[in-house]
Design a protein around this ligand. Structure first.
Ligand SMILES: [Zn+2]
Length: 259
């Protein structure tokens, strides 16, 4: 009993001695980087998948390398990246790239990169591959596809509704015009159904049905049929107001394809 007490006292004495020893300042670790300079690392601990506490080094979020002209400061705490494969972006600079779609050069700007990696929190593996114009076009192609899906569902639910058949025909024709995919016969069938339902009234619907049918034939290479339909449509009229641009488009086509 006495011996163990004595031992305990001895142990605590040695611990006190250890504590009073000056603690050596931790060696400053840095990683050299061609753009960000000597990036400091800080000691950190974390719990691994097995619940084990681990310690190591992490990038220092307070590091502020001097900002080159035109660069945008990054906030590495908002960035998602794999520290084994990537280094954090302490700042962003404009990057010159060429568009995978049109081949034109474009700039992936520093501000845009900050938006991608910090606001949208995209992974560093994703980079802009298309120019702004091609990105916009791609988005509107997607919107057109969504419109077609919607029009298809609505026609299935209400197949005798001329407005819904026309919306379906329009979607098919516009997508075909852009991407050369889709079923032109389906668009033509929708237009014919409108003309069957409406007879000659209301003129606006019938005229529009003629327009989309003409467009579908034109896209399918049947210029003679398209010409006849465009002419009938213009003779019938009824394409005022919101639909006036269709009449203009028909006239333009007839001018370009005069027999
Ligand atoms: Zn492009």
């Amino acid at each position: 009993m006495r011996r163990t007490q004595h031992k305990r006292r001895r142990e605590s004495r040695s611990k006190r001695a250890e504590r009073s020893k000056p603690v050596p300042a931790p060696a400053q670790r840095t990683v050299p980087h061609p753009v960000f300079g000597a990036m400091p690392l800080v000691e950190t601990t974390w719990v691994d998948g097995a619940g084990q506490e681990r310690s190591g080094y992490a990038y220092d979020s307070s590091y502020c390398p001097p900002l080159p002209t035109g660069a945008v400061r990054g906030d590495i705490t908002r960035q998602h990246f794999c520290p084994m494969c990537h280094v954090p972006r302490y700042f962003y600079v404009d990057v010159a790239r060429s568009c995978v779609q049109c081949g034109e050069p474009f700039v992936f700007s520093g501000a845009e990169q900050k938006f991608w990696y910090e606001t949208l929190q995209f992974h560093f593996d994703s980079v802009a591959t298309r120019c702004v114009a091609c990105r916009r076009k791609r988005r509107s192609d997607k919107a057109l596809s969504a419109q077609l899906a919607q029009a298809t569902v609505e026609v299935e639910q209400d197949s005798d509704n001329p407005a819904k058949q026309l919306a379906l025909a329009e979607s098919i024709v516009r997508i075909y015009e852009r991407l050369e995919v889709g079923s032109l016969p389906r668009a033509i069938a929708a237009c014919r159904k409108v003309r069957r339902i409406c007879g000659t009234h209301p003129r606006r619907e019938v005229s529009e049905a003629m327009f989309w049918e003409a467009k579908a034939h034109a896209l399918a290479g049947r210029a003679a049929v398209a010409r006849e339909l465009f002419q009938s449509m213009l003779e019938l009229g009824g394409m005022g107001g919101r639909k006036a641009h269709l009449a203009r488009e028909a006239r333009k086509w007839l001018d370009a394809h005069s027999a």
